[in-house]
Write a protein that binds this ligand. Structure first.
Ligand SMILES: Cc1cc2nc3c(=O)[nH]c(=O)nc-3n(C[C@H](O)[C@H](O)[C@H](O)COP(=O)(O)O)c2cc1C
Length: 208
């Protein structure tokens, strides 16, 4: 039995295409692996607090040196980190906003990028050599974008700070097995978007 963590980042509700992709993913996965379990983590319609000075003060102290205030500042972060550790497969549904990710997803990443919890320095010193601590995880990035051409060797590749950033930052936490599926052309609508949808739906339905 595997545990899947579904993370939805769009600030849109029913009109969101990235949510449509995560729902399609869930339906397909359930039909193949009915014994698997899902947890939903909402980070688009609910506010994920930005990290602040108290958070930073607490995160960089050893556990034995943390006082009650430091611990309180990290409580929500601890919950999110525990959730990541407890799940086997992460499914992130996210829009591209301004060539990058929604601010809620950035706040989420800031909350879970925790030294000695999800990553550490190999030598114990800041020397650019990092070890990710989330081991044996699989991640699916299901993204939705208005434009297109953001893939490898495509014309807008250099503008893609969305899937490339997510792949990089989760890689730093040890998540190396990542599949990225992107629904493009939402802004164009019509036939061109219909074609993109049908292609991506087929890709998602073939997962598993
Ligand atoms: C604030 C905002 C910024 C956006 N920026 C981009 C962008 O930089 N590149 C792009 O291709 N699409 C952009 N889009 C289009 C969205 O990526 C697209 O509408 C996507 O389907 C939104 O995800 P959702 O349907 O899950 O809400 C933007 C949309 C919004 C609302």
């Amino acid at each position: 039995m595997k545990k899947l963590l579904i993370i939805n980042a769009s600030v849109r509700g029913e009109r969101s295409y990235s949510r449509m992709l995560t729902q399609l993913f869930i339906d397909n996965w359930k039909s193949r692996y009915p014994e698997d379990r899902f947890t939903l983590r909402e980070i688009g319609l609910e506010v994920i607090p930005a990290i602040d000075e108290k958070w930073i003060a607490g995160a960089f102290l050893k556990s034995e040196d943390k006082n009650a205030e430091n611990q309180a500042a990290l409580q929500f972060s601890n919950e999110l980190v525990r959730e990541l550790k407890e799940h086997d497969i992460y499914v992130i549904g996210t829009p591209m906003y301004n060539w990058s990710i929604p601010s809620g997803l950035k706040s989420y990443i800031d909350q879970v990028m925790r030294i000695n919890e999800t990553w550490k320095f190999r030598s114990g010193k800041p020397d650019g050599d990092y070890i990710g601590l989330l081991e044996n995880k699989k991640m699916y990035i299901l993204s939705s974008r208005g434009d297109t051409g953001y893939g490898k060797h495509e014309k807008n590749e250099s503008m893609n700070f969305q899937t490339s950033y997510l792949q990089f930052v989760f890689g730093m936490m040890g998540v190396k097995d990542v599949s990225t599926i992107s629904l493009d052309n939402e802004e164009f609508g019509g036939e061109i978007f219909e074609k993109s949808k049908q292609e991506i739906f087929q890709v998602i339905n073939a997962i598993g």
